[in-house]
Design a protein around this ligand. Sequence first.
Ligand SMILES: [Mg+2]
Length: 227
Amino acid sequence: MSMKLLLFDLDGTLVSTGGAGVRALDRAFLSLQRLARASEGVPFAGRTDPSIIKDIFRLKLRREIDPKESQDIENHYLAALAAELTVPDGYRVLDGVEPLLSVLAAREDVFLALGTGNLEAGARLKLERAGLNKYFSTGGFGSDAEDRPEVLRRGVRRAEEKTHRRFKPRQVVVIGDTVHDVSAGKAIGAVTVAVGAGHASEADLRAAKPDLYLSSFQDPEAFLKIL
Ligand SMILES: [Mg+2]
């Protein structure tokens, strides 16, 4: 039986953290670099955490980051994120996500994994709050690479190790809420699904020419067509 590998983006696709990630990163920069509102004016959506952190150094501190500083920011960010995720308001699982994941998890012709710019530890914290980690045994993460297509390639390789299978490019489906998810998916030759649940407009997402555009996951049948 052939199998499809589904690589899900996290923020704006599965959950919205109500800004917990941004607040946590701001706290890390304030504590370690005495920089207030570090994330202001820095694009986040569809990008990897390491590239966002590097950009804040370039744009706000006017210099390159060194590896030790990068590690310190990441550690502080993760501790702050765990705290920010306990804030009751703002966090939510996006519409239709849980029913869709439970349908997909029950299928033997589908393997679920993550393809996210989050550091793996950050992704696990964000999913933990809603009990969604059980659906994703592995994935590609911002902690693997700064470059989004490379994040996806790592996700494919880990899924191949777990399943003892090889996935051809068109057996991989990349699902996300930004044009970066679509372009990274195309860069690895995957089928792409754009979901308009996040911040990007329908027009922008459609202009990126995903194989499927959905306004949300509320209709699981519409998603299942791509399989
Ligand atoms: Mg996203």
